[in-house]
Design a binder for this molecule. Structure first.
Ligand SMILES: [Zn+2]
Ligand SMILES: [Zn+2]
Length: 246
């Protein structure tokens, strides 16, 4: 069974917010930071070659990072996260076994099963209520990419987080130069405001992404998914919890 996507406002709003934010920051950075540095409208003899050179380097790095980030965003969003094969051996609804009517954990030695999809679940597979299907090696459902993060798109999601962090750090750091100059130069207040907005947005998102990247790096090093980490934390907090359901 494949994930079912509902194009409701609640589902579309988070990725639309991300894309709006990314395109806004990208536009401000290109038009108010990079283009003034490149000094394309100036004759070569009047242009500051050192600033123009730095502008070219920053243009190259920022566009490569932004490009990689968008490719990973699309791959994480559009790649099916991985579902249980539709072969008959995975279905239990076809067999008349009264015990096979509810999802159980694997601790009692029985095969794990999903009462919603009527299938057996391999290890690390979980049912997503939003996608309405079982996801292989499910990490979590991410509303920002409108998709589950699972076996087939986990790599793209991890790279997306890393490239997003690097983009925020690079854009935020290099925008500071234009922001300082905007105070000394004569420029429209709206341009000054937009440069400040670009810096604050990248600094804020960068701060959040540092925590998020650190958390996922820790999960990777421990070989855990987010769901497994949360299950472990629950077990540590209350060691007897869940014994009744096994
Ligand atoms: Zn399921
Ligand atoms: Zn999902």
């Amino acid at each position: 069974m494949q994930p079912v996507f509902e194009l409701s406002l609640a589902n579309i709003l988070p990725p639309a917010t991300v894309l709006t934010m990314v395109s806004g920051v990208w536009s401000i950075y290109v038009f108010l930071h990079l283009l003034p540095m490149l000094q394309l409208d100036m004759p070569a003899e009047h242009a500051d070659s050192e600033v123009a050179f730095r502008g070219k380097i920053q243009l190259l790095i920022s566009q490569v990072l932004a490009g990689l980030m968008m490719v990973c965003f699309l791959r994480a969003s559009l790649t099916p996260p991985g579902s249980v094969p539709e072969a008959v051996e995975w279905r239990f609804g076809a067999f008349k076994d009264p015990n096979m009517t509810k999802e159980v954990k694997s601790a009692n030695g029985e095969r794990r099963r999903c009462k919603h999809c009527l299938i057996y679940k391999p290890d690390r597979c979980h049912h997503c209520r939003i996608c309405k299907c079982c996801i292989l090696k499910m990490d979590h459902h991410c509303p920002w990419i409108m998709n589950c993060v699972g076996f087939r798109n986990h790599k793209y999601f991890s790279l997306l987080v890393v490239y997003a962090l690097l983009s925020c750090m690079f854009i935020g750091g290099t925008t500071l130069e234009s922001l300082f100059q905007s105070v000394q130069k004569d420029m429209p207040v709206s341009h000054r405001f937009l440069l400040m907005l670009c810096f604050v947005t990248t600094a804020f998102m960068g701060g959040l992404l540092i925590l998020f990247t650190g958390f996922h790096a820790m999960l990777m090093m421990r070989g855990l998914t987010t769901i497994e980490f949360c299950e472990k934390q629950t077990m540590v907090a209350s060691p007897h919890a869940g014994k009744g359901s096994k």
